[in-house]
Design a protein around this ligand. Sequence first.
Ligand SMILES: [Zn+2]
Length: 293
Amino acid sequence: MTPVQLGRLTVRKLFEMESGPPMSMILPGVTPQDLARLAPWYQDDTLGATVDQSLCMMSMHSYVIQIDGLTILVDACNGDHKHRSIPDVDRVETPFLGNLAALGLATDDIDVVLCTHLHFDHVGWNTRLENGKWVPTFANARYLFSKREFELFSREEQESDHLRAFRDSVVPVYEAGRAELIAEDVAVHREIGDGVWLEPSFGHSAGHYSVLAQADGEPALFWGDIVHHPVQMVNPDMLMGFDEDSVLAREVRLRTLARAADERMICFPAHFRDPSAGRVMRDGEVYRYEFLP
Ligand SMILES: [Zn+2]
């Protein structure tokens, strides 16, 4: 993705890695008709002629927003050295920090970290291993976590990768005094309509928030995990395997796609492959996605 300039707002992508579980596992409702409808505008060598031959190939990346001298990181990927049950992301070492340096940024330059939700693939780089301890990667940053989601994970007892991530990538930030537990509708910088602000989008997870930004230019939407893969555009009604509340998640997905199209937002999905950023366009009853050049 080339840097996107929207008025006073600059958005750049910070790539970590890709991962492609079977399509039938992530989006069990995908049909051959969906793949056929997707094919004219989305070519991807991990999509086959049938659902069984297709992967749900997803990119893991952060976005770096710069506005009025402030540098904001949206989502924090998987992180290095973290123990997970999924082999693709277990104790990985990725070029994430090198890619940050390639953007001309040091970890100390990040002022704010926004995690759309606290799933393991959105919090990993919140911390890094230093002398056997997890310490905040971005030592100067305020980390804004959903209070609702933080409290739920604090009470959670069922072992999972998300709970492991909470322990190694969220709690150490909190204990270091860098976390702010927030309602999911706060202004992060300046005000709604001119700056960066959050809106609740519960469903995929209990405290999921979307990040919106606008500053003398087109509106930007960072929708986190509301939509995972372009095939959901042609069938936004279908359930996604890892939505915590699938009914609510579907409502949020339908509402978000309609709004993104009607308000001509520039979208920055958490998991679309390069070039990632684009516009949602109406296509009859459903949608297609127009990637930015
Ligand atoms: Zn995710």
